[in-house]
Write a protein that binds this ligand. Sequence first.
Ligand SMILES: O=P(O)(O)OC[C@H]1O[C@H](O[C@H]2O[C@H](CO)[C@@H](O)[C@H](O)[C@H]2O)[C@H](O)[C@@H](O)[C@@H]1O
Length: 957
Amino acid sequence: MATLRNHRLIIASIFLPDTLTFPDEPESRASTLAEVPIPPKLITRPSSASVLPIGSRVGGSTPAPIDTPPFGAGGQKRLRFEEPIPSLLLDLTARQAGSPLASPGFEPNTNPFVAGFSSLQETLTNMLPAPVTRPLSAASTALRQLGAAKPPAPTPKPEEEKRKPRRQPSVHGMSRSQTRKSMRRSSSASHPTTPLVRASRIPNFDIVHNPHGNVGLQNAVRSVSFPNGPLQEKLWVGVLGTATDGFDEDLKEDVEDRMAHEAESAVVWLGDDEFDKYYHEFCKRVLWPSLHYAVPDAPRTKVFYSSTSFEQYKAVNEKFAQVIVKNYREGDIIWINDYHLFLLPQLVRAKLPDAPIGYFHHVAFPSSEIFRCLSVREQLLRGILGADLVGFQTHNFARHFRQTVTRILQAEGVPKGIQLDGAHFVDVAVFPIGIDVKAFEEKKKDPEVLEYVEMLKERYKGFKLIVGRDKLDFVQGVRQKLLAFEEFLDKHPEWQGKVVLIQVALSTTEENEQEGHVSEIVARINSRFSTLTYQPVVFLHTEELTFSQYLALCTMADVFLVTSLREGMALRTHEFVECQTERKRPLVLSEFTGTYSYSGFRSCIAINPWDYRESARAIYTALTMSDEEAASRWEDLHKHVITQTAQAWVTSFVSRTERVHEEHRRRPVDSIPELNVTLVKSAYNASQDRLILLDLEGTLWHVSNLYLIHTEGFTPPADMIELLRKLTKDAHNKVYILSGRGTADLEAIGYQVPNLGLCAENGCFVRPPGSTGWIDMVPGFNKDWQGPCVEILSYFAERTPGSFIEKRGASVLWRYYTGDLNDTAALQWARRQAAEAQNHIFDSLGERFRLRIIPGATSFLVLPKNISRSTAVGSILHIGVDDEQPSLSTMPMSPDLDASSEEFDFLLVVSSDERLIQRMNGLRHVESASTSLKGSDAKWRLSSEEETYAALNGIVE
Ligand SMILES: O=P(O)(O)OC[C@H]1O[C@H](O[C@H]2O[C@H](CO)[C@@H](O)[C@H](O)[C@H]2O)[C@H](O)[C@@H](O)[C@@H]1O
């Protein structure tokens, strides 16, 4: 990672990792649980501070809140507890603080929940939108009464007060409806003609950890930012996540200055209303659900698209661009994060054409069928494509993106990325995020965690714990989880009274909470199954739990349950695994998470969260799983977590951004010189041992009627045979033809040119010069996928006129379009069928059989992963491979192929395969010529078939 060290990284992400608090405001807790927040050492965190509520003015030493309703007022009812649940939380807190609750005398009985049950039940009942008509069970009624007799909570002493869990402010300090209401009320007051605050009255503020934002990203960046670490300099660009309408220019200047110096951050200032429309409307009500397969209903989306929310989305992205451009220095690498900033890559590219820009997409990316429902789909895709590199969490998301772009923008999608007009190429690749395992290990050793572990052990003695932590919106499937748990208790009455589901939930928007109907289900389960000494569901908000408490819960969990309906990754699975180094208990995991895409995680118990009966069975399996089996599954999960780390994620993404940026800056095709026959011929003549690699399709052979060839067979053109005979006649030459076609077609050439080396099916088979037998480059590769693959393709081929399928030795080709390329309607229809077919093949066969799909302009080829012309040539020359083609090193080398590039003193490659050209360029004595008519790193260009023939004939004659 030496290269990263020489660059400053500009990281644009909606929320900055740090924000402000004003010490004189009432206390507000600024820590967060989401995905392992490891506190930065740089920032001091005052224990008494607040994030400024919207509608507040800031000035002097006593900021005056204006029109700020108390937390929880003004909006609809939320799934919130008016006070922490005493049963678990007070006990955890009090125990640590040494309060009387913790004394042995207090432990009333074996029921861990009796003290808190009435409070919980009341809270849930109060939260229901209408009076509960459902009668409570006798037991719960009794418990409600019992609750009145619970010991009073001690008055917190100052030290306890600090530890008492508090609510975390929601975005911009308030809940969504509060935010909007108070903003409306204060809007007239927030546009004064004179500054609100004079310079002499700039208030004090503290810089504290921002409770919003992507903690996975923040921790990952922190994991590489240490003295002498890979990342030496960085600048975060984002919003504070707190109301700022009341800030005057002096205060803003002061904030900017301190955020730059103390928190490596540049602030993007947004009006409170602007933020609301941008984030809560366009991001959270249009993009977020759509990206997670829930297209909002048409009238609502129409309102959003035509109203100001998309306009605000554009305006906010533009503001981010301005801040980046203002701060950019030559040599910086720009890293844009997530869907909040879809338009930013293009906006920055327009202003900084030479800057390296990477865009990483953290959340799910849906199939093109979903994305194409968005009315602003083109603008969004073009925005992303301003980047050099677009990164995704999984192969599926990357594939969806490529297909969506191909379909909507009619751009050419290839495995490596997207070819836009002219020489503009955008790389698309996969970079799975992970956790900082080392920092996590340290955090686990915290005595506080160990103390909570002991407490939980004692408190839940005799009970099994199922633990979960999710955002409380429909996407993370909390509702489905609760239904599954209810089904489990119904189906397995023997487990009633013995297992507790502790669900930690992070609220998002009220709508989401209501849509989830979570509160009703919690109430129902608890009223159905509670007894005097048992409460099956404990529901906590993240802000009501410290991180240490959460770690203790994960450590003591007997099962961790993730039921997301869709999710980008789900780092809490990684956290759980690392909490279980001792106990090694199982993970029940939704198939719809990014995490599940990784083979290491296949040792979980997989569920389809929509099928709550299956989830209930999985809960049973997990709870009854033997320690041996659980431990063996855990080992697989653990191996994966410690390999796919946060550090690897950051460094690979950023260094790839830099690398592909360099590649994209390579010379446009018309600046590459035509192959100079005289020069190349003199090198040829001066050499003794030559290797000549020639592409067939697009280089030596341009086909006009593929359909005819399919029906009548391949006849090699005479001028090609003549040229190849000339080249192979010289005993000093080793000549290979490289092709995507099958072995039979290449044999038709080889039959007429016996001394020719052949490479078929894009590298799956190689026949060395003079040999009659083929070397299987994928020996032992299971080909059972070919039958079902052809079946899927036949279905699509039936509705795609003129298309045909070719089953080859180790690959399957579907030529989905053979008609007139100017017939755009027919071509578009065929492309759509191709996109669908690829989805089906990939989903049903892709991962199981380790396949990849190479899309072409009118065809696609399905073949084993990690095989290419480039890997075959690597084998021919026995040279190393790059990180994208790891299988080669493990591929058995045939003695016939075991040559070395050092054997040759002249290497000529004529190809349209840029990867092959780049690899060959790394060797000595290489002459490379590109026939792609695109930008290339090749030394020479050959612009037509005629030029190619003339040049090769000229060299050899
Ligand atoms: O809620 P938002 O402000 O719109 O942000 C979206 C979510 O971002 C983070 O989650 C996403 O990234 C994680 C790390 O790459 C990944 O594990 C997760 O699956 C993604 O959804 C953040 O952790 C969430 O809290 C945000 O909701």
